[in-house]
Design a binder for this molecule. Structure first.
Ligand SMILES: [Zn+2]
Ligand SMILES: [Zn+2]
Length: 574
């Protein structure tokens, strides 16, 4: 064994295998087909050891099936669209995408991704992964985006797409709407501020025996604790728990919102936590998703106090234009000076943040495109039951997610580096003109619409500047792989695919969206089997992630110990 030079021998075989093309899918063969819906690796950076183990596991399946006599379909592929790449480019150059021309920015993103793809292909070869480069795809290529656009047009024509004004999760830094699945929860230190809300009417003396109620020279007041005093201008109601001893005194009374010429009613509601603050809470439009339930239940007006850039809106009076944090600081100072602030205490709180930039997520009203999702919960659950899950218990995660869904899927994003939404809008009457399927791929920011002017009113048409959520691209990977809208005969032969291997942290996104969309578009499940991989943890027990800075380059391990040693290690991780 002392003479064994793994570097030389591995290189020799890697080169030979490439020359022999032994991993290529054979379109002519009549051997049984085993097709793998490979996770297109995201092109925001090179592979780390965790990815390498994950892809090596998938490679084991491909090699095993080849040895069992199957004609294995195992594409080399990359996912390229989206915010993470835009962010890396923005950080690298110290700019935001709004600083330069849209198409120049897209080009920079594309160049950044191409560099990573080149590096990853080299890594795959050195890792001995046997993906087939002749059935290659990347999701930002026009040939792929064409299918994303066609799938949108077909869903639109089926009445599954609509545009709505809706409060969406919004990252004020990335300036884009976000899906629930993109929100992360982190613990933040904030302050709980107890504020006086004065009664509109005079009160009996007895009311003073209750906690959270007081009187000063300005009259009787209730004490309300809030972490978000900057939302006072959009306060709509105040609530207590029905079993609260104060409820009989308080319900239906009117309170005056400090500083803002506004009166709000007190209601009783089971969902109030009597132990939070003083047990009397203010409901604003809209601080978090909980508030949205109040909006629907009590038919509250959607008065928004925060805009897309995370600044206070015109209903905020003198605070208008301030950033959220500034407004909060200023309003606390003002409340204190005017005698409204009773106390301010530190509080640890779980805050929903943007998974990329960690900015707290806000709710704002925007016009967005939606894909109807809620009417198809049963369809997804039924399809999921027709798929064999490995391990079986992971199916539960999808089911829990589907059952917890409350909104349709927001599929539009206000970004640049992604698939353009193939529509034009009449600037006069708002009529929507869809691209023709035969014209896709189109970029409405550059390409002319299929008709010269609005067929309804003759108005001028403007191409959409919006793009799709990148899951709109990656969730049709089984359709791309099986030649949907490219070759009907091959599609019939290849669809559904045999196996979807994927990581368990994207069950709510990639697995869910793929099952939803492919079933809606074809009437059939996208794959027969789904196999979940785990994470590789770093030494301190956290999952390996480039943004955590705890990653190991697999090539360094291979350089020292050889590919076989690494793959042997991968085989021992389950
Ligand atoms: Zn963000
Ligand atoms: Zn028109």
């Amino acid at each position: 064994m002392t003479d064994y030079d793994q570097k030389q021998i591995e290189r020799k075989w890697q080169e030979k295998w490439q020359r022999m093309k032994i991993y290529h899918f054979d379109f002519e063969s009549d051997k049984p087909i085993y097709s793998i819906d490979v996770p297109p690796r995201y092109a925001s950076g090179p592979l780390h050891a965790g990815h390498a183990v994950h892809y090596t596991h998938i490679d084991f399946v491909a090699r095993y099936k080849r040895m069992r006599g199957y004609n294995v379909f195992f594409p080399l592929c990359f996912d390229v669209n989206g915010i993470p790449i835009e962010e890396r480019v923005e950080r690298k150059l110290g700019i935001t995408r709004k600083d330069i021309d849209r198409h120049k920015f897209i080009k920079l993103c594309s160049e950044f991704a191409e560099k990573n793809i080149k590096k990853m292909i080299e890594q795959y070869i050195k890792l001995g992964e046997s993906m087939d480069p002749t059935i290659y795809y990347q999701t930002d290529a026009e040939y792929y985006r064409r299918l994303t656009q066609i799938s949108f047009i077909e869903m639109y024509e089926k009445g599954l797409i609509y545009r709505g004004e809706f409060p969406v999760n919004w990252c004020p830094r990335c300036m884009t709407a976000m899906a629930d699945a993109e929100i992360q929860y982190v613990e933040r230190e904030t302050s709980l501020n107890t504020i006086k809300f004065y009664f509109k009417n005079d009160q009996p003396e007895q009311i003073l025996k209750y906690h959270g109620i007081g009187r000063d020279e300005k009259g009787f007041y209730v004490e309300i604790a809030t972490t978000r005093p900057e939302m006072l201008p959009s306060c709509q109601i105040v609530a207590v728990h029905p079993k609260d001893e104060r409820a009989p005194w308080l319900v239906d009374q009117i309170l005056k919102v400090p500083f803002f010429d506004k009166e709000v009613k007190i209601v009783e509601d089971e969902s109030v936590d009597p132990n939070f603050g003083t047990g009397i809470v203010m409901i604003c439009t809209i601080g978090d998703k909980e508030d949205l339930k109040w909006v629907f239940k009590y038919k509250l007006p959607m008065e928004m106090c925060i805009d897309e850039e995370g600044r206070m809106t015109e209903i905020c009076g003198k605070y208008k234009g301030l950033k959220i944090e500034e407004a909060r600081k200023k309003i606390i100072e003002d409340l204190e000076r005017e005698g409204y602030l009773i106390k301010k205490e530190p509080l640890k709180q779980n805050v929903g943040v943007c998974w990329r930039c960690k900015t707290p997520v806000e709710f704002i009203l925007t016009k967005q495109w939606f894909l109807k999702t809620l009417p198809f919960k049963d369809l997804v659950l039924k399809t999921s039951n027709d798929i064999k899950w490995y391990p079986e218990f992971m199916k539960k995660r999808l089911e829990e997610w589907v059952n917890s869904l409350e909104w349709d899927w927001v599929i539009s994003r206000q970004r640049y580096f992604a698939t353009p939404i193939p529509i034009w809008e009449c600037q006069n009457c708002g009529e929507i003109i869809l691209a023709r399927k035969e014209d896709c791929y189109v970029d409405p920011t550059r390409d002319p619409p299929p008709v010269e002017k609005c067929p309804k009113c003759g108005g001028k048409l403007k191409g959409s500047e919006e793009v799709f959520d990148t899951w709109m691209d990656s969730s049709i990977s089984p359709l791309y792989n099986t030649f949907w809208h490219r070759d009907e005969k091959l599609f019939k032969k290849l669809y559904p695919m045999s196996l979807r291997p994927q990581a368990h942290d994207i069950i709510r996104t990639w697995a869910f969206y793929t099952i939803l969309r492919c079933t809606l578009l074809t009437g059939e499940k996208p794959f027969e089997n789904i196999m979940m991989g785990g994470f590789i943890l770093s030494e301190d027990g956290t999952p390996m992630h480039a943004s955590l800075g705890n990653v190991i380059d697999p090539l360094e391990i291979i350089e020292e110990f050889g590919t076989d040693a690494f793959r042997c290690y991968a085989a021992s991780c389950s």
